[in-house]
Design a protein around this ligand. Structure first.
Ligand code: APR
Length: 390
């Protein structure tokens, strides 16, 4: 917990929970113990195969490539005091990073699959690209520890800025200003800059790693606190898996730590193979392909929860109306048939076999009632049933 050693565990030290220090042993542990409280911690490394550079990889990382923005130092692009003086480097970068242009990776889909199988306790991500949500991980299972591009506001008066105007300003590489003319402050996406506090949700959920029965760390250098401390909050005897190009943090210092060093997409595929989930994983990832789903087409703006509920009620009402209307028309037809046959029957000995002999209710005025055939119809009323109260 807290300041644990990062010295690798002695090879001779056996694991306490796992049958071995391998991803196959983790898969076996998951099956044997019916593991269902997995905490996942991710960083920029899981989005690199989507085309979004990470921050610190030499040569390819963002910080190695921001020199062209004439920054005093690379992280200044995400420094709130530098942003106040010069927001242009950030908005140049935002133009390239803004969500909507990238497809989730198979690693994002692996996290979504954990959730679909009821095994994801919570996902802590440092990423701002919203690809976890795109991959299907529900918002209430995600802590975006460093915020995201999902919303934006004025850094002076905190007034929210409209999403559509933000998209327009970023696509034009322009710097948005507060919608309140009297303020005219700089607008910034709700990304946590150096010098800003992490969202309250991070601190509210920080106790979850201690409740996990498995922790999986993916694609992060674990260099930025307080996020980097999360893996050390996992209980000593709870297995931790690191899937990353390099060993980071204190991962590998405990007997039940398993290191899968290499590309995270290849690592989650190896994990899925060991779990027998490979086909499901590939099928789930397929659904994120914009060319194969209408995801890629310009879709109507997402409806609010209330709007979706209203649509549902509207559809349900229409379905009930339709089925009751059919019932009403059917009852009309049967009634007409009965009346016709009743007239005919007065002239012949017995009604045709296919006509139900309807017992005459005592209180009727010689009109056959369909009440007992369609109990939901109100007797004596139009055969148009009342719309059921929902
Ligand atoms: N597969 C596996 N690991 C990868 C891959 C990949 N395809 N690509 C990169 N990595 C690894 C890198 O080796 C590195 O260890 O992912 C890690 C990425 O580390 P960083 O670039 O530091 O990104 P991250 O850990 O997310 O940075 C944390 O720093 O500047 C802040 O706010 C920013 O959230 C960010 C935070």
């Amino acid at each position: 917990m807290g300041n644990e050693s990062s010295t690798p565990v002695d090879e001779a030290t056996p694991p306490t929970k796992l049958h071995g220090r391998s991803i196959e042993a983790v898969a076996q542990y998951m099956k044997e113990k019916d593991v269902k409280n997995i905490v996942v911690m991710t960083g920029a490394g899981i989005s690199t195969s989507a085309g979004i550079p990470d921050f610190r990889s030499p040569d390819t990382g963002l910080y190695a490539n921001l020199a062209r923005l004439n920054l005093p130092y690379a992280e200044a692009v995400f420094d709130i005091s530098y942003f106040r003086n010069n927001p242009y480097p950030f908005y140049t970068l935002a133009h390239e990073l803004y969500p909507g242009k990238y497809r989730p990776t198979v690693t994002h889909s692996f996290i979504s699959l954990l959730n679909k199988k009821g095994k994801l306790l919570h996902l802590f991500t440092q990423n701002i690209d919203c690809l976890e949500r795109e991959a299907g991980v529900p918002g209430d299972k995600i802590v975006e520890a460093h915020g995201s591009f999902a919303t934006q506001r004025c850094i002076e008066c905190q007034t929210e800025y409209p999403d559509d105007r933000m998209r327009e300003m970023i696509s034009k590489k322009e710097v948005p200003k507060c919608i309140r003319k009297t303020c005219n402050g700089l607008v910034k996406p709700d990304i946590v800059f150096f010098g800003e506090a992490l969202p309250e949700a991070f601190f509210r959920n920080r106790s979850l790693p201690a409740k996990a029965d498995l922790a999986i760390v993916l694609g992060t250098s674990l260099t930025v606190q307080p996020f980097a401390s999360l893996p050390s909050f996992v209980r000593e005897d709870t297995p931790r898996v690191l899937i990353n190009l390099e060993r980071v943090g204190t991962l590998g210092s405990r007997p039940d730590d398993v290191l899968l060093l290499g590309d995270c997409d290849a690592g989650v595929r190896k994990f899925a193979d060991a779990l027998g989930w490979r086909e499901e994983l590939e099928a789930l990832w397929e659904t994120t392909d914009p060319d194969k789903s209408d995801r890629g087409k310009q879709q109507a703006p997402l409806k609010s929860r209330q709007e979706q509920l209203d649509d549902e009620i509207e559809k349900l009402t229409k379905d009930i109306d339709t089925s009751l209307k059919v019932t009403g028309e059917t009852s009309e037809r049967i009634k007409a048939e009965l009346e016709k046959d009743t007239t005919t029957a007065n002239k012949t000995s017995s009604p045709p076999a296919d006509v139900l002999s309807i017992p005459q209710p005592t209180n009727s005025k010689d009109q056959p009632s369909l009440q007992h055939v369609f109990p939901h119809l109100k007797e004596g009323k139009e055969d148009k049933p009342e719309k059921p109260s929902l």
